[in-house]
Design a binder for this molecule. Structure first.
Ligand SMILES: C[S@@+](CC[C@H](N)C(=O)[O-])C[C@H]1O[C@@H](n2cnc3c(N)ncnc32)[C@H](O)[C@@H]1O
Length: 227
């Protein structure tokens, strides 16, 4: 079987150009989640902070960060060259952004005030997250934060069923049957979403404090903590 990360990379290389156009039809609350994630950053508006955007995609999260913190120095990391190319084009007005095509699992972290990530962590193997979240924690300055927006599975069969039903209801509004079939197939093959309580426990084990859930809408949530 093909390595799961090769398949993830190929998927996003293929879909990068149409990502912005399509993704809002596939991910409920996408824009609200980005807004919530940026609002959660506790630094004064305009402060010159350093930020890493893990799995930056086409740069939507970094752009939202830069709207609040135009002087921020941001490192955008993504597995997909095409995604990074889209980010570069979107963020070309900003001189303080660096781009890195890399697998997060091998990425050499610098020091940051904030690490942000949207709809990426569910690609990691659950067993790798303990070490990975600790790595993020170690990369933060004291008072630094990690906020993550992600897919989250329900704590019980019933809650997972209603979460999935809510997502399907959203998909049916904007996608064709073929697109829904493809999305669910990719989801099954590529994604390893976690339970929110487990995620918060991993944050605690990594050392984070003030751990909190900023928002949760059925299958999607924004949560994080402070060093
Ligand atoms: C669903 S997209 C989200 C993009 C962006 N964060 C957003 O919310 O608009 C997931 C992104 O994560 C990237 N990705 C997945 N696994 C990765 C890994 N191991 N290392 C780096 N990037 C990864 C993909 O290439 C893709 O750009």
């Amino acid at each position: 079987m093909k390595d799961r990360f090769n398949s993830i990379k190929e998927h996003f290389e293929r879909e990068a150009v149409l990502f912005d156009q399509n993704f809002v039809r596939f991910a409920p609350h996408y824009k609200e989640a980005i807004e919530a994630l940026v609002l959660a950053l506790p630094f004064a508006r305009g402060k010159k902070i350093s930020v890493a955007d893990l799995g930056c995609g086409t740069g939507n999260i970094t752009r939202a960060v830069l709207e609040k913190y135009p002087h921020a120095r941001v490192t955008c990391v993504d597995l997909s060259q095409q995604m990074i190319a889209m980010s570069k084009a979107k963020l070309k007005a900003y001189k303080n952004v660096e781009f890195c095509v890399a697998d997060l699992r091998d990425f050499k972290f610098n020091r940051y005030d904030a690490v942000v990530s949207s709809l990426v962590m569910h690609h990691l193997e659950p067993a790798d997250k303990k070490v990975f979240y600790r790595k993020i924690y170690n990369s933060l300055k004291k008072g630094g934060v990690f906020y993550n927006s992600d897919i989250i599975i329900g704590s019980s069969r019933h809650l997972q069923d209603i979460s999935m039903e809510d997502w399907l209801k959203f998909l049916r509004k904007g996608c064709s049957s073929a697109e829904i079939r493809r999305t669910l197939k990719n989801h099954k093959r590529e994604d390893r979403p976690a339970n929110l309580m487990n995620e918060l426990e991993l944050f605690r084990a990594a050392g984070f404090r003030n751990i909190d859930v900023v928002c949760k809408w059925y299958y999607f949530s924004v949560y994080g903590g402070v060093k």
